[in-house]
Unconditional design. Structure first.
Length: 259
């Protein structure tokens, strides 16, 4: 990846006006610009096709994760119980339909005026994604504290990474920086827009409001590391070990493209 970026900086000029264009497609991609400048006519279309398949894959992932998150929230009584409904194959079809209902909003990008609203949704979604990673990092750090307090080691986990919990700290701090600077252009004199500021930073009062509301509504409290119920979790891991990963061979190698 670093070699690719280096080659692009050697081929594409930083003053190229096409880099700053918002065409809505891959024309502003440095890869496409490099190919176009080289005179190869067919490759920009190939890049567009690759971007389309990537977007399709991302949409599939969002539908799967969104429907499962709604199912998990319903299990914990944090979402309507209707999202618990599944078909005979165990697919949460109610959550699937609910998530899919929002997909037509993508057509807002076709209209020039509606594209502004669509960009607000993009900013809100990006900020929410960063908040999700921040909470994942916090959860991992809290888990490490609880394990240390209760005498569990990382070797007892079914999965682990080499640089934890430092990787969680690094990821969390980076996400906080990205979240705080997501709407930095609004702090430049003459560039403040209430719509841009709102879409970039509305996630802060929204997250805080939902957190405080649930704390008061359910009367829950923050558990100390020694109070976390890790014993039942590790017992479940022992009783239900995950099967070893199947080696990827033959045509299954192409699944790496989507993963």
């Amino acid at each position: 990846m670093m070699v690719t970026v280096l080659m692009l900086t050697l081929i594409v000029s930083a003053n190229d006006k096409k880099l700053a264009s918002s065409s809505g497609n891959a024309k502003s991609s440095p890869f496409v610009i490099a190919i176009t400048n080289s005179g190869i006519k067919v490759l920009p279309s190939i890049i567009n096709a690759a971007v389309l398949t990537s977007a399709f894959s991302a949409a599939n992932l969002a539908i799967v994760s969104g429907s499962r998150v709604l199912f998990a929230l319903a299990v914990k009584h944090q979402a309507p119980r209707i999202f618990l409904k599944t078909n005979k194959r165990g697919i949460p079809w109610v959550g699937f339909i609910f998530v899919v209902c929002f997909m037509p909003l993508a057509y807002m990008n076709v209209s020039t005026t509606a594209a502004n609203v669509f960009s607000w949704f993009q900013s809100l979604t990006s900020a929410n994604l960063l908040v999700g990673w921040i909470f994942q990092s916090l959860n991992h750090i809290s888990l490490m504290r609880a394990m240390k307090a209760q005498g569990y080691s990382r070797s007892q986990l079914p999965h682990s990474v080499s640089f934890a919990p430092f990787a969680a700290w690094f990821s969390g701090i980076c996400c906080v920086i990205f979240l705080l600077t997501g709407g930095f252009v609004n702090f430049i004199k003459g560039h403040f827009l209430i719509s841009s500021f709102f879409s970039s930073y509305f996630i802060f009062p929204l997250t805080a409001g939902l957190y405080v509301f649930w704390k008061f509504y359910k009367g829950t409290r923050y558990l100390r590391p020694e109070e976390v119920d890790l014993a039942s979790l590790f017992e479940d891991v022992k009783r239900n070990p995950e099967p070893p990963y199947e080696k990827i061979r033959g045509r299954k190698i192409f699944t790496l493209i989507w993963s």
